[in-house]
Design a protein around this ligand. Structure first.
Ligand code: ZN
Length: 154
């Protein structure tokens, strides 16, 4: 999923929990679970891993995704009366942290994160491997609809 989807879902779950610890835990768990829905990014990760000449496109996608998610979270924080900035924040941290851990693993190949990389892709590829992926265009449209719905819950 896009980082914006993970961040907004984490924020909504975080607020619902009412505690920073459960906000983080709920955001983190929500990342792994929602990533199980095929969301059109297998072509991008293949571009990164296998077709080296298309790596630039995958990197650009991640950069756009990351910057857009920051702007959207700032937009939410500045247009809503966030009940608890702490649960909002910890939900978002839990929601996006798994992809940071995977990114750090891809860059460093550190054995400290090898297990987590496996866990992340166990969930991420669970239905993808059995049923195949969906077109990225549809997956992004579906996420826009989901984000539009979720932001009403903040
Ligand atoms: Zn992920």
């Amino acid at each position: 999923m896009t980082l914006t989807t993970h961040a907004v879902l984490g924020a909504v779950i975080g607020q619902a929990t009412g505690s920073p610890f459960w906000a983080f835990f709920g955001g983190f768990a929500s990342h792994l679970l929602i990533d199980m829905i095929p969301h059109g990014d297998s072509g991008l990760s293949d571009n990164f891993r296998i077709h080296k000449q298309k790596q630039g496109r995958a990197v650009a996608y991640v950069a756009v995704d990351a910057i857009f998610s920051i702007l959207f979270v700032l937009f939410l924080a500045n247009t809503r009366d966030i009940e608890s900035l702490r649960t909002f924040t910890w939900g978002i941290i839990g929601g996006v942290l798994p992809d940071l851990m995977v990114g750090v693993y891809v860059i460093t190949k550190t054995p400290l994160l090898k297990w987590f990389n496996w866990v992340h892709f166990f969930f991420h590829d669970f239905f993808l491997k059995r049923r195949g992926d969906v077109p990225l265009y549809y997956a992004l449209l579906a996420q826009i609809v989901l984000i539009a719905y979720l932001q009403t819950k903040l």
